[in-house]
Design a binder for this molecule. Structure first.
Ligand code: SAM
Length: 324
């Protein structure tokens, strides 16, 4: 059987967090527990593993037993990690790791609806709320096109949205993949067809990000980590495409005093704020050749990291989509 998930950039994340005995760490995207396990093996510390997918937590129970008393699993959104930990009596931690996106376990199970293999058009990590089928079958054509354009960075978004609207209702991943492939002009005309990736990839990505409000969660999660980290505590965030990397980069630049803090909600004339983070990575860290050979998923992974200062957490910047 294939291993369920190969943890991307695990050693680099571990080096950043540098777990110490008695330390407290949050793995905000527990998944198959690869980061949690590495942290727990590195030092006699405590880990809280958060995941919104109940299946990930069920599989993690064996690990909870193995690390008797040192690993606590929490079902919920990492965007609320400060509140989730507070509810368990923890107000500060020494490290937070985030490995954004979906796990191999989720992609590999056709019934979760994340892959092109035929399954229900679901895509919900939490297995609750609106599905991808709800979105494709109910959104007005213009809104669907905007979503596919913005969250999939898909230049044929309008054609795809029109084709979806013509074909609906439908509720299978294979149907969506077929509709998208057909809507995209064929190879030789400068279109996406003939690319290394399946032409439906970008539309699937857009729907997945929308269904799970992934960018909103990311922005909330960065603010929550800022509030939860103790001075000297470290944040390590791994992301897989520019839509995710951009808000991480911007957040860390601003909080470390590398970018103007001014915004509609936090005017430049206001007293300058003391940086709440010190950047540990000027450029994102990426996987080396050995890791790439073993794990193609690491190809587009980027790790950004920062260390919390003693300055108070900044108020949420609503212009950045952050939420307190
Ligand atoms: C890429 S996998 C993490 C893999 C993990 N680092 C490992 O080594 O096994 C991402 C996991 O985070 C979870 N996840 C994604 N967004 C989340 C969120 N906002 N809150 C909680 N869990 C989330 C997904 O359900 C998935 O299990």
């Amino acid at each position: 059987m294939n291993p369920p998930h190969i943890p991307v950039l695990r050693d680099a994340v571990l080096e950043i967090l540098a777990p110490k005995a008695g330390g407290r760490y949050v793995d905000g995207t527990f998944g198959a527990g690869g980061y949690s396990e590495a942290i727990l093996n590195a030092a006699d510390c405590l880990v809280w593993g958060i995941d919104r997918d109940p299946d990930a937590l069920s599989l993690g129970r064996a690990m909870v037993e193995r690390f008797a008393g040192r690993l606590t699993l929490i079902e919920g959104n990492y965007g609320a990690m400060d509140r989730l930990l507070e509810a368990r009596g923890v107000s500060a931690v020494d490290g937070v790791a985030l490995d954004i996106g979906i796990s191999s376990m989720q992609v590999d199970r056709a019934e979760r609806g994340f892959s092109f293999r035929d399954g229900p058009l679901d895509m919900r990590m939490s297995q609750r709320g609106e599905t991808a089928a709800d979105l494709v079958n109910t959104l007005p054509e213009g809104a669907l096109a905007d979503l596919i354009h913005e969250l999939g960075e898909e230049r044929f978004a309008r054609r795809i949205a029109a084709a979806i609207v013509r074909s609906r209702p439908f509720d299978r991943t294979a149907e969506l993949a077929r509709i998208v492939r057909k809507a995209i002009p064929s190879k030789g005309d400068g279109s996406g067809k003939g690319d290394r990736i399946d032409p439906a990839t970008r539309t699937f990505q857009a729907l997945r990000i929308a269904v799970n409000d992934e960018i909103g969660e990311l922005k909330r999660g960065l603010g929550a980590a800022e509030r939860l980290l103790a001075p000297g505590g470290r944040l390590a965030v791994v992301s897989f495409h520019s839509l995710e990397d951009r808000p991480i980069k911007l957040f860390l630049q601003r909080r470390s005093g590398r970018a103007p803090a001014g915004s509609r909600h936090l005017p430049e004339s206001a007293e300058p704020r003391a940086p709440s983070f010190r950047l540990l990575t000027n450029k994102p860290l990426v996987a080396g050749d050995v890791e790439l050979a073993a794990n193609p998923r690491a190809r587009s992974a980027k790790l950004r990291a920062a260390e919390r200062s003693a300055a108070p957490a900044w108020p949420a910047d609503l212009a950045m989509g952050e939420a307190a």
